[in-house]
Design a protein around this ligand. Structure first.
Ligand code: SAM
Length: 345
């Protein structure tokens, strides 16, 4: 009985359906903003369930659009829902939702890539990093063109404990193109194992929750969509600065089908390439003929530690970029001076 009374407290009053709202405000999906809407509330409820118990929670929803997922978050009992939406056309519909859930919805018209989430919630919800995650969740059916840069930005924030992670180990429940969801969660040896797998998994427990067929969206995207849940780890599996890890992983994975030493080599200038590659692999105790996709997180940790050691010993090594060297060589061959090249950029 008490349970059903609690449920009734979060049920929203009668509202136009999401489909009716779209018609009412003439909300045609904009291709430029990668807008694919979810109108089936059973499906949006299922996405929201992946976040865990939201009763009394603080939530940030990314790109609420016409508000299907927003309704499910409110129905799940979120006490404080901050929505960040870039497209002005959705604001009147979101205001309608906020009136239906008085005092529970805050609307920000802005770009999630610039939004200062550390200022979006009260400091007193913070938990120490070592404690359980705070009662703060980020949920979103993200635009595909924003999803990857955004997760990379948030992974860096996790490493630095900044942005949404100033409050502690804030959990994320986000949608990605199915292929990206598979890369984020791929284990060692899997075909989809990639840079993203390592960067996400060294910092978080990552779970590929379920796949939504493209036909569930309006308009239907060309691909299916994966729902991924992230919980930042208390102790990252690699204890080196994010940029250093990112550099090692980027170089190692630049030749995904070749032996990993091919990518490791590119961390070093030509003059000392062979010698330092051998030293790094030996120090890390990593078999040079493993493929990048066969590397475990402990392998990558050992490589990052060995590279950090060499960078301390060899000043200037950390700023060396193979691709930049290639670019300059190419320009010199074309008869341009590197100075001209810099003016170009
Ligand atoms: N959440 C809605 C749903 O599930 O039906 C809409 C999803 S649609 C894939 C993505 C939404 O993100 C759109 O409403 C779009 O306007 C919004 N959006 C796109 N880029 C954004 C950005 N940089 N910051 C905030 N919102 C953005």
């Amino acid at each position: 009985m008490a349970g059903s009374r609690k449920l009734a407290a979060v049920r929203l009053p009668p509202l136009p359906t999401v489909g009716e709202l779209i018609k009412l405000y003439n909300l045609r999906a904009e291709k430029q903003l990668s807008q694919n809407f979810l109108l089936d509330l059973k499906l949006t409820d299922k996405i929201v369930r992946q976040a865990g118990n939201l009763k009394g929670a603080h939530v940030c929803e990314v790109g609420p659009g016409p508000g299907g997922l927003t309704r499910s978050i409110l129905s799940a009992g979120a006490a404080d829902l901050l929505v960040v939406e870039k497209d002005t056309r959705f604001i009147p519909g979101l205001k309608l939702l906020s009136e239906a859930a008085p005092g529970r919805v805050r609307i920000v018209h802005g770009d999630i890539l610039n939004y200062r989430m550390d200022r979006g919630f009260p400091a007193n919800i913070s938990k120490k990093w070592e404690e359980d995650p705070p009662n703060l969740h980020i949920i979103g059916n993200l635009p595909f063109n924003v999803a990857t840069p955004l997760i990379i930005k948030w992974l860096k924030n996790i490493a630095d404990r900044t942005g949404p992670f100033t409050f502690g180990r804030t959990q994320l429940t986000l949608t990605f193109q199915k292929e990206v969801a598979e890369r984020l969660t791929a284990s060692t040896g899997a075909k989809q194992r990639s840079r993203l797998s390592i960067m996400a998994q060294y910092l978080c427990t990552v779970h590929n929750c379920f796949t939504i067929p493209g036909r569930a969206f309006i308009p239907k995207p060309k691909v299916d969509v994966g729902v991924v849940h992230f919980t930042p780890l208390v102790q990252p599996q690699i204890q080196q600065p994010f940029q250093l890890v990112e550099k090692v992983v980027r170089n190692v994975f630049q030749f995904r089908r070749k032996h990993c030493y091919k990518g490791v080599e590119k961390l070093f200038p030509e003059a000392c390439r062979d010698e330092l590659t051998q030293e790094m692999l030996q120090k890390a105790d990593v078999d040079p003929i493993l493929r990048p996709t066969e590397l475990t997180i402990p392998h990558v940790r050992a490589l990052a530690d060995a590279y950090a050691h060499l960078c301390t010993r060899e000043p200037g090594l950390l700023s060396y970029e193979f691709r930049e060297e290639l670019r300059l060589k190419h320009l010199l061959r074309k008869g341009e001076t590197p100075v001209d090249a810099f003016m170009d950029t």
